[in-house]
Design a protein around this ligand. Structure first.
Ligand SMILES: [Fe+2]
Ligand SMILES: [Fe+2]
Length: 364
């Protein structure tokens, strides 16, 4: 293990790390979460129905194409953190901390599955994915350390609240977060390819190969779901899939809009970016989900905006505190609930066909 992958080492806690650890520990509905699940149930998955694709996938991941990727080289130029506009600096750090938390939360979940399992197929997969996420998290933590901040990952593992999800919810949520992670990283990368003067931090140069890892993690969850067709085809599960699509998509949009300076510096219009990322993720998710959100429906963007405004109002009320704050929170919470319900009730698209062999390769 090199320094990049040794994410639990106590040695990676430099000065000024308290604030960013606190940022990463804070749990609101919007933060990247830590998950736990019924590991025994997951251990019972039988991959026989997808054996051929499974073995090919494990072989490709074991070949470890990104083995040497997460190391700084000549391409890395440390940004001038001191000279950076304070607002931009705060938002860039927030972006890095939130990405780190998301990467690390994957690492913790995958590692735990590997540790608790006995099923060799499942353990092999989760070991490989934990390997990747540990590298990703370690690489971001290195970048944060240059800014004089870093998240104490060992502490985070203990302090962060864990949300219990049944295995099927883990599949839906994790599949989507891997694929949306891919779409986010590749969209930023392609944008910066065309606008190299907007490269505000060198980490984005690493995103192209990086997002291929996320893509293949998503493929793994798609295959896991394929082992049991009920997971994606039963009436109730389709409703759950719809719920996760709306939740993951809308939370991303809310979070991105909290970082205006960051996106301005990258030369990225947030609305354009979110639309792009959701379109890509939605197209990819048709490989396995029988329902897709109708992103073209005018009610989608209209209610997304309402949800964002309600969420901002909730945030303001929380900061205000007291009785006025409490009432404000309830009111805004109700508006948010209504907007979310409206998003959920937009008729979904079902006119796509799920192929027998639904594997995909990164193509954006
Ligand atoms: Fe990752
Ligand atoms: Fe991943």
């Amino acid at each position: 293990m090199n320094a990049h992958t040794d994410v639990n080492a106590a040695g990676i806690i430099p000065e000024n790390s308290d604030d960013s650890t606190a940022m990463a520990t804070e749990t609101t509905l919007l933060d990247p979460r830590f998950y736990t699940t019924d590991f025994d149930e997951m251990d019972k998955i039988d991959v026989t129905p997808v054996r051929k694709e499974w073995d090919e996938m494990i072989a490709a991941m074991s070949a470890d194409p990104n083995k040497g990727h997460f190391k700084k080289n000549d391409e890395w130029n440390t940004p001038d953190w001191e000279a950076m506009d304070p607002k931009l600096k705060a938002e860039l750090i927030d972006f890095l901390v939130s990405s780190l938390t998301a990467e690390f939360s994957g690492c913790v979940l995958y590692k735990e599955m590997k540790r608790r399992g006995n099923n060799p197929d499942i353990c092999a997969l989760f070991q490989l994915m934990a390997r990747d996420e540990a590298r990703h998290a370690g690489f971001i933590n290195d970048a944060l350390r240059e800014a004089g901040v870093a998240v104490n990952l060992g502490f985070l593992t203990k302090a962060k609240k864990y949300t219990y999800f049944r295995p099927k919810f883990i599949y839906y949520a994790t599949y989507l977060s891997e694929k949306i992670g891919y779409a986010r990283y590749i969209t930023i990368y392609r944008h910066l390819e065309k606008n190299p003067d907007k490269m505000i931090h060198p980490i984005f140069k690493w995103f192209e190969n990086w997002c291929n890892d996320e893509f293949s993690h998503g493929e793994a969850f798609a295959l896991l779901m394929k082992t049991d067709p009920k997971l994606t085809n039963s009436f109730v599960n389709k409703l759950w899939i719809r719920f996760f699509l709306v939740a993951v998509f809308s939370v991303m949009c809310i979070r991105d809009h909290l970082r205006p300076e960051f996106h301005k510096a990258l030369g990225i219009d947030i609305d354009w970016y979110d639309r792009e990322v959701l379109r890509k993720t939605s197209d990819i998710s048709k490989q396995i989900f029988p329902v897709a959100i109708d992103l073209e429906n005018p009610r989608w963007e209209k209610n997304l905006l309402k949800l964002r405004q309600a969420s901002a109002a909730m945030d303001a009320a929380r900061r205000k505190g007291g009785i006025a704050g409490a009432f404000g929170k309830v009111g805004a919470g109700a508006r948010a609930g209504l907007a979310f319900a409206s998003l959920y009730l937009i008729p979904v698209k079902t006119d796509h066909v799920i192929e027998e062999d639904s594997r995909m390769v990164p193509s954006y």
